[in-house]
Design a binder for this molecule. Structure first.
Ligand SMILES: Cc1ncc(COP(=O)(O)O)c(C=O)c1O
Length: 475
């Protein structure tokens, strides 16, 4: 077999369940970030790399496209694809060991696009820094130095109490402090619960299709098999569950990720009945519930069945992802297991930040911040929907007016990866939706347009630019 120009030891974990394309993208991205593939170096042809790795050429073509869209690679007609010469601002220090494959969206900006429609991020410039610092200072004044001791792994008591009361008031949960566990974002919450369920004999978890690839990888890493079930305009198609042998289901009922559907009331009831009959657990990712723009949010499922539903919330959209604060409200029979899993994982989340969150909640600062930012994001969403109607009339915006992104269906004939790549070359960062599907190749073309990180005044020119690109791609 003809070898590539350089020996590229990209280890693919074939039995891992992570799609090979995602593994190739990740492996190449890490190689660029760590300098293993230096700036300016030529990559092998897609044909040669595919042959070397023993995978289809199409997978490598898609991986190169994706990394071009992210700004890691550049391609010029008639010459080899090369590593971009730009300095990558977020390049981590050179690592000596192979980084494990984690399915992550390209969260860290490798290049600064003129218009950034990255989904799933809030506008961090809106972070209420002053009131957060005030809360931190108060915690220090009241609690130092005892606050520096090892924390309760389940979460410090004042934070559990403040969250229980906030969630019961604003999300209609049935939450007592003894059932609340604080952790490192939704990501850790899902992982801990998956570990606990696995130890109790659960082997399969239902996930939404489309859904979130990262979460799926984390749950799989905890040893559970995933069973994708389709989503339509009413959320998860719950009818399908009857014939599936699974001990848990992960859902986003308030605002389905990524379609934006709200779980239909009859389906909510049917999902809980399914869980009751099977003695299964529903993991409720209360995604985007706080950001609803045209109607009051539906209450959490957990309030209807606190012994069958594991409620999971996060500060990542409401405040900032870097806080890494998340919380669970757990059925009584799972509390001890989740607490132990958290203890084993990291001995507990940082106490100062938990206490700051408690002080922040109790002073009504979160409510104030949400009231303010809801107005801002709503205007951005309206600007996006308006601009799409004017410049891209062939597209359809899915889902309800909520959250920080919109799923925008493109005309059937559109080449989604081609549009994402062409947009990146023209200074517009957009994300294709196919990544979120269990079978990406079968997914209808669509974009996930985030408006959390793009200012209101940039939305119209950004969409106009995108419309030109889509028009060009179709010609
Ligand atoms: C579907 C979904 N749920 C939850 C979260 C929040 O995750 P975390 O709290 O780990 O930041 C995200 C973040 O992107 C998400 O996409």
């Amino acid at each position: 077999m003809k070898r590539t120009a350089f020996d590229f030891p990209l280890a693919l974990a074939r039995g891992s369940g992570d799609p090979l394309r995602v593994q190739v993208v990740h492996g190449l991205r890490v190689a660029v970030q760590t300098g293993r593939l230096p700036a300016g170096s030529a990559l092998p042809s897609t044909r040669a790399l595919a042959a070397d790795l023993g995978i289809s050429r199409g997978l490598v073509v898609e991986a190169y496209e994706q990394l071009r869209a992210e700004g890691y690679l550049i391609a010029q007609r008639g010459s080899a694809t090369r590593v971009a010469r730009r300095r990558l601002p977020d390049a981590p220090a050179r690592r000596t060991r192979e980084t494990p494959v984690v399915m992550q969206p390209p969260a860290l900006a490798a290049w600064r696009p003129r218009f950034d429609f990255r989904p799933g991020v809030p506008d961090v410039s809106l972070f209420p820094a002053r009131s957060w610092m005030r809360a931190l200072r108060r915690v220090w004044a009241d609690g130092a130095p005892a606050v520096l001791d090892y924390p309760d792994p389940q979460g410090v008591e004042p934070a559990r109490t403040a969250l229980a009361s906030y969630l019961s008031r604003s999300r209609a949960t049935v939450a007592e402090a003894s059932r609340v566990v604080l952790c490192t974002g939704f990501a850790q919450a899902a992982r801990l619960v998956a570990e606990v369920l696995r130890a109790r004999g659960v082997r399969r978890m239902i996930v939404e299709d489309p859904g979130h690839a990262d979460q799926c990888a984390d749950i799989r890493a905890a040893g559970l098999e995933l069973v994708p079930v389709p989503v339509d305009d009413g959320g998860l198609v719950v009818d399908r569950l009857a014939t599936i042998d699974a001990g848990a289901a992960l859902v986003t009922p308030a605002h389905q990720h990524p379609t934006g559907a709200v779980l239909d009331p009859e389906r909510r009831a049917a999902l809980l009945a399914w869980a009751e009959t099977r003695r299964a657990f529903v993991l409720e990712d209360d995604y985007d519930a706080e950001y609803r723009y045209d109607r009051a949010p539906v209450g959490a499922l957990q309030g209807l069945a606190p012994e069958r539903v594991v409620y999971i919330g996060s500060a990542s959209k409401m405040l900032a992802p870097s806080l890494r604060q998340g919380w669970l409200v757990v059925p009584a029979e799972l509390v001890a297991g989740v607490r132990q899993a958290k203890l084993s994982a990291d001995r507990g989340s940082p106490a100062l930040e938990q206490l700051a969150l408690a002080a922040f909640l109790e002073a009504g600062e979160l409510d104030r911040h949400l009231r303010r930012t809801r107005g801002i994001y709503r205007r951005r969403r309206d600007a996006l929907v308006g601009a799409l109607g004017r410049y891209l009339p062939g597209t359809t915006v899915h889902g309800v007016a909520a959250g920080l992104h919109a799923l925008v269906a493109l005309p059937r004939s559109t080449d989604e990866p081609g549009v994402v790549a062409a947009a990146a070359r023209n200074g517009v960062r957009v994300y294709g939706a196919r990544e979120y599907h269990a079978v990406p190749a079968a997914a209808p073309p669509a974009l996930l347009l985030g408006y959390g990180g793009v200012s209101e005044k940039d939305i119209e020119p950004g969409v106009k630019q995108l419309a030109k690109i889509i028009g060009g791609a179709r010609r």
